[in-house]
Design a binder for this molecule. Sequence first.
Ligand SMILES: Cc1cc2nc3c(=O)[nH]c(=O)nc-3n(C[C@H](O)[C@H](O)[C@H](O)COP(=O)(O)OP(=O)(O)OC[C@H]3O[C@@H](n4cnc5c(N)ncnc54)[C@H](O)[C@@H]3O)c2cc1C
Length: 423
Amino acid sequence: MASPHHSSPPRPIAWHVTRWRDDPFSRGSWSVLRPGGTAAHRLTLGNPIDGRVILAGEAVDRDQATMVHGAHSSGLAAARWAIDSGARSVIVVGAGMAGLAAARHLSDEGRDVVVLEARERLGGRTHSVDLGGVIVDAGAAWVQQFPRNPLGRLAESLGLHLVPTHFDRALAAAADGPVGPATAVRAAFAALAAAIDRDGPPLGDQVRRHLDGLAPEERRLAQFAIEGELLLESGSRLEDVSPHMLDEDGAAPGDPWLPGGYRQLVDHLAAGLDVRRNTVVRRIEWDLDGVSVDWLAADRCICTVPIGALDAITFSPGLPAGHREALSHLGMAAFEKAVLQFDERWWPVSPSGYLRWYDSPPSWTEWLDLTDVVGTPTIAGLVAADAVAEHHDGRSDEDIALAATAALATWAAAVEADPALSR
Ligand SMILES: Cc1cc2nc3c(=O)[nH]c(=O)nc-3n(C[C@H](O)[C@H](O)[C@H](O)COP(=O)(O)OP(=O)(O)OC[C@H]3O[C@@H](n4cnc5c(N)ncnc54)[C@H](O)[C@@H]3O)c2cc1C
């Protein structure tokens, strides 16, 4: 490791800064249950509409919502519905994981299928970019819930390189002293989750009440847990999250990432499909005879547009009341990445590649150091919830990359000044 740069951190030689929140084709990173929201709303949203149209994507999957394999599973379920209901031709809107899974299955089952994709690229909220010859995922990176994730099995069968992340062996530091063992933070989260009444008062109020009842050291651990689990997983203020979100899965210790990028899975699923890129769908209309999607007609339509971007589409004769009610209980997480590349690695090395920084208010909270795997000093920083607006609004990509670098330098200086911090 090189000597620390306390006064002025090195300048990155390359960076990629995401703006999922401002992107018109996502308007955020993943779906979140807003106050009053439950898993039942996700199920309702996935109900077929008049036997013609179905919404699919991560937001409508009950058991794996918010994640890539949830999108994949909901796309497959929608394709099965189309086949079971007798469709010969299907229009799929969106070429993210849900749309590609649906189209792949329909095509394999001999149905006519066309995919309409707004962007010039495939993959949606999976997006592998090339940074100085290194492939990095600007959207989803981890193959979450790996032991029971069908995309994990697909990656294995394709022989893709998978690198586990031992989240519970993070190099963790806090601005105000040692964090304590990961097991203690996890126990604090478990205690918090057990104390929250899922159908009780707003989550923010319940969390505050829980914190008030704790001794100072317990409260500090619980705050780390809230920052690490709730704010990062929901990309939202606690006031804007349903307590039921506590029952939705996220990343688990050991879940791997793909050094060759998620695009390897995307390209595999998309091979041979009829995907029309740069095609922004504006209207989905149906009657007893079939569906029209702008100028194109078919028996059924599977719409996988993220819930944040659904407003831009006119549904005629209209989404049913149950769907509209479900949508009113869902929102989009604010969660962004800055991937930074340097001439040399100047930050402390985490044995798991995973770094955690607890400061108040939270900023660049979580980092994945790719250096040992990709061979070039490269690290990805993640920022969530209110910190996104604070760090992104009105700033250029370069300003954001430099601010992320400064946060990493603060963390590195804290760890190096007091190695006990990083226990
Ligand atoms: C920064 C970030 C990190 C993440 N980390 C992880 C992770 O580590 N692991 C994990 O499992 N999940 C992660 N996720 C979530 C995961 O990326 C999503 O759950 C998943 O990719 C969603 O797939 P989807 O098919 O439902 O939607 P999308 O991938 O968003 O696909 C929808 C498609 O519809 C297209 N579209 C939108 N509007 C229109 C229109 N009007 N006309 C035509 N096409 C349109 C879009 O361009 C897009 O291609 C992350 C997401 C982000 C943003």
